[in-house]
Unconditional design. Structure first.
Ligand code: NAP
Length: 268
């Protein structure tokens, strides 16, 4: 009998919120995966894993834990090396970890840009060499990253067709100065706008012809970040990411390289 091909999936920032919801939905589903739940805090991450393992003892999927602080390059390298040793390759990378600004200081804005954009791009680049030939990359973005949610200065920059990865990095590095020129957007909106531009203009072109990437708006979800007034449950917020994960591993030109909400392509 043929060995069943189990796809490996890594989710960042999955000890709570939407990341946890994605792992839970996968575990409760019928498709067998090897799932790697990561978190920056080991205690919180291991607790999430043991809670999920007790809740789904009969899941066809396996669940393991590994620590990842997304803003620490050494932590990313250690995890990528472990994934390669353990699974040989990675089939699906879900960059979910993210933060909102804690206050209006420059320091807070820099951390938002780093966590939500620069580190996501870094993790993506570090995993590309071990992404399987038909692998998928899911970037959890936000509607707040849509071009229409940005101020005129950033929108004009992001509408340029000649922006390179180096150019995007420079914008991220100088983001705090940009907000001072045009205060009509925030570090959170800007971080997700940079992420969208990265998916649309750089990553989607850099991937092998059979690999795919997506930017996803999960909706306004009731999590610690979204607050209790959010429109959607965590399970609903996890729906589109899990839908994209479960789609056949064949090139889907309608969705590849696009901005997706409620399983449908939306305007960047
Ligand atoms: P959440 O409940 O606050 O969870 C965020 C997760 O990211 C937590 O596990 C957190 O870990 C982790 N994280 C933050 N900084 C990290 C770092 N430096 N290294 C590793 N992990 C880190 O937020 P959420 O609502 O689930 O958000 C998940 C994603 O959805 C984010 O990218 C967010 O921008 C996006 N999103 C959310 C909404 C919404 O309405 N909730 C809407 C649009 C987009 P700790 O527990 O250790 O802090």
């Amino acid at each position: 009998m043929d060995k069943v091909l189990r796809r490996s999936i890594l989710v960042t920032g999955a000890n709570k919120g939407i990341g946890y919801g994605i792992v839970e939905k996968l575990l409760s589903g019928v498709t067998p995966y090897d799932i790697i739940l990561t978190s920056r805090d080991v205690t919180r991450g291991e607790k999430a894993v043991s809670t999920l393992q007790s809740k789904y003892p009969k899941s066809p999927s396996s669940l393991v834990y590994y620590q990842l602080e997304v803003n620490d390059e050494k932590s990313i390298d250690t995890l990528a090396a472990w994934v390669q040793r353990t699974f040989g390759k990675l089939d699906i990378l879900v960059n979910n970890a993210g933060i909102a600004a804690s206050d209006s200081t420059d320091e807070s804005a820099r951390l938002v840009i780093k966590t939500n954009f620069s580190s996501v791009a870094k993790i993506t680049e570090k995993f590309l060499p071990i992404l399987s030939d038909d692998g998928k990359i899911l970037q959890i973005s936000s509607q707040m990253g849509a071009l229409s949610a940005q101020g005129p200065t950033l929108r004009k920059i992001l509408e340029r067709n000649d922006l390179t990865q180096e150019g995007l990095k420079k914008i991220a590095d100088n983001f705090v100065e940009l907000i001072k020129i045009d205060s009509s957007f925030t570090s959170y909106c800007g971080s997700k706008a940079l992420l969208n531009k990265y998916v649309r203009s750089i990553l989607s072109k850099e991937l092998k012809p059979t690999q795919q990437c997506y930017s996803i708006h999960p909706g306004w979800v009731r999590t610690d970040m979204g607050g209790s007034g959010g429109q959607y449950s965590i399970d609903e917020g996890a729906d589109t990411p899990v839908y994209l994960i479960n789609l056949p591993f064949e090139k889907n030109d309608e969705l590849n390289g696009k901005f997706i909400f409620k399983r449908k392509v939306v305007q960047w």
